[in-house]
Design a binder for this molecule. Structure first.
Ligand SMILES: [Zn+2]
Length: 433
């Protein structure tokens, strides 16, 4: 883990938040490579969950919402009851519920862990903000504690402005904020984080909704594998009774085998009609769905897939980190690698080589994120690109000037082949399919 944290800072994936001022606990800043990695992960998710589907649309809701939203969702209930938090798994329980707390301690005992608890406190999980320009006339609001509710409050708007019919889903990517009392494990648990979620609306039917639930559960697991996470480092885990939200009909996590234990990277929740019913109750607006063909009216049930962009980025990095002798390689799937290609002139002091290499670099940049390097020798440049996961390196040498071809070196096999300059674009496009 220390190696990952150090690589992230040294190469520009992740820096501690506002570091020159001594930082701010639980916040992180993504550098040039981290920003690309996150962008690529989000793009792959959006492609898989929205663009490639006929039954899913995307939205982008506001971070600030009417505070009543959080009453309806139950987020502000914890303000009144003192809670304790398990220091191992960060679950919170009402401090007065001794039996639940004992049961949770037993759960850890089974895993040969000794649970310990924070002092009992009134937790405000939501980050409070003041809106308004005049002192004393400001309204309290919250930064959203989850992006989920931005979808549900727009259920009717989406229905009325599209031609969607149940079953259908609404996807969203965006930031959420939580007052974590124990942030930690690098970017894994932070106060500010980015989520990627699908809310899939289905008919209230036990069998059909469970069929949908299984479909999404398996699709999300397959997504992590398709982007290169080793299958042995992924598993499903069903929520135990004391973890299960009272409204949940089923809840499983996809977990990753991190250096700090098996950790949740995505939650798959069958939420029943909880969200829409609560919003109907608290807003006084009708949140039902009407099926024109069967003339049925009902509040849909919701299947949710809820993943963290930061967690995914961290787990992709950890999983890709490979040490081969003194070579460090990030074996990231090319689709999410920050740079797809790096271009070098064999020698930096030969203007003809530099000129041709630079032309190739500029051409490829129109279609891919490409790195340029002319420092040191070729070996050092390979080493530097391997460490940030660049899948291919292109070297322009004296033969290139004569024959119009270049050496393409593969990060994982270290094999080299000669490719015609005017075929490079097709070559990489093919590899990235
Ligand atoms: Zn625990």
């Amino acid at each position: 883990m220390e190696k990952i944290v150090s690589l992230c800072k040294r190469r520009g994936f992740v820096y501690p938040g506002s570091e020159i001022y001594g930082g701010l606990k639980g916040t992180w800043d993504y550098g040039p490579l981290g920003a690309e990695l996150k962008f690529n992960i989000k793009q792959e998710w959006w492609k898989s969950m929205v663009r490639n589907r006929e039954d899913v649309v995307g939205i982008s809701a506001s971070i600030l919402m009417n505070p009543k939203v959080w009453e309806a969702s139950g987020h502000t209930a914890g303000f009144t009851d003192p809670l304790v938090e398990c220091k191992i798994c960060h679950q919170r329980f009402r401090a007065d519920q001794d039996d639940v707390i004992k049961e949770h301690e037993k759960f850890h005992e089974k895993n040969k862990e000794k649970a310990s608890w924070t002092e009992s406190k009134k937790f405000n999980l939501l980050v409070e903000v003041k809106i308004g320009v005049v002192e004393g006339e400001k309204d309290s609001a919250y930064l959203r504690g989850e992006i989920t509710q931005g979808v549900h409050v727009n259920f009717k708007n989406i229905l009325n402005s599209s031609r969607l019919k149940i079953p259908f889903g609404v996807a969203q990517i965006g930031k959420a904020f939580r007052n974590e009392i124990t942030p930690g494990n690098f970017t894994y648990r932070s106060i500010e984080f980015e989520q990627m979620e699908l809310q899939y609306y289905v008919k209230p039917d036990e069998k059909e909704s469970m069929r949908q639930y299984e479909f999404w559960k398996n699709l999300r697991f397959a997504w992590y594998k398709s982007l290169g996470i080793k299958p042995k480092n992924l598993r499903f885990r069903e929520h135990t009774k004391d973890e299960l939200a009272h409204y949940a009909r089923a809840a499983w996590d996809i977990e990753y085998n991190a250096p700090f234990g098996w950790k949740e990277c995505e939650g798959l929740h069958h939420r029943g009609d909880w969200d829409l019913s609560r919003h109907q109750e608290f807003s006084g607006q009708d949140m039902s769905y009407f099926n024109e063909e069967t003339k049925e009216r009902y509040i849909p049930w919701v299947i949710e897939t809820s993943g963290g962009v930061d967690r995914a980025a961290l787990f992709f990095l950890i999983d890709a980190y490979t040490q081969e002798g003194d070579r460090i390689v990030l074996k990231l799937n090319p689709k999410i690698a920050p740079f797809k290609v790096a271009v070098f002139p064999l020698l930096a002091n030969k203007p003809q080589l530099v000129e041709l290499a630079h032309k190739i670099y500029i051409d490829l940049k129109k279609d891919f994120n490409v790195a340029w390097d002319e420092r040191g020798n070729i070996g050092k440049r390979y080493y530097s690109q391997d460490e940030i996961g660049t899948p291919w390196c292109v070297t322009v040498d004296f033969d290139s000037l004569e024959k119009g071809d270049v050496t393409v070196r593969n990060r994982d096999t270290m094999k080299q082949e000669r490719i015609k300059i005017d075929e490079l674009k097709n070559y990489f496009e093919d590899k990235l399919k």
